[in-house]
Design a protein around this ligand. Sequence first.
Ligand SMILES: [Cu+2]
Length: 160
Amino acid sequence: MNYRLFSIAFLVACASTRALAAAPSTPIAIEHPYSHPTAAPGVPGVGFFTLINRGSKADRLISVQSPVAGSVEIHQSQVKDGVMQMRAVTEGVTLPVGKPVAFAPGGLHLMLFSLREPLQEGVPVPVTLTFERAGTVTTRLQVEPREPPSADADHSQHQH
Ligand SMILES: [Cu+2]
């Protein structure tokens, strides 16, 4: 390679490195990502957070993965005929611009199946969320103790 060619290659490499560094961070904010300890092997874990789309176009959460789980599903809890049920949300979750979407007990939540080990308080759980527009965003669920059982019997019966 002569000197001139080398210089050009070097300049191009520099330019692309700068472009990468200047790339805007993800427009998806993930607030208070958390989970709870799992009691025993074989019990699925849960995941909650609030997603905020700070981009200029609607986006959609299409899948979630975690290195500590065989699979992660997006679920929706709902009361049907007086019974709390949940279904897998296979169509994804739409994120309108600027409108927070809460994954919370009794509503949308993540379920982590086939955990390599039970989730323990204080040991964060890495998860990667894949969005239609924003691509992948990785966060960590903080494993927090469950709230002590309350007088609300209905609440204490449901794991999520
Ligand atoms: Cu569920």
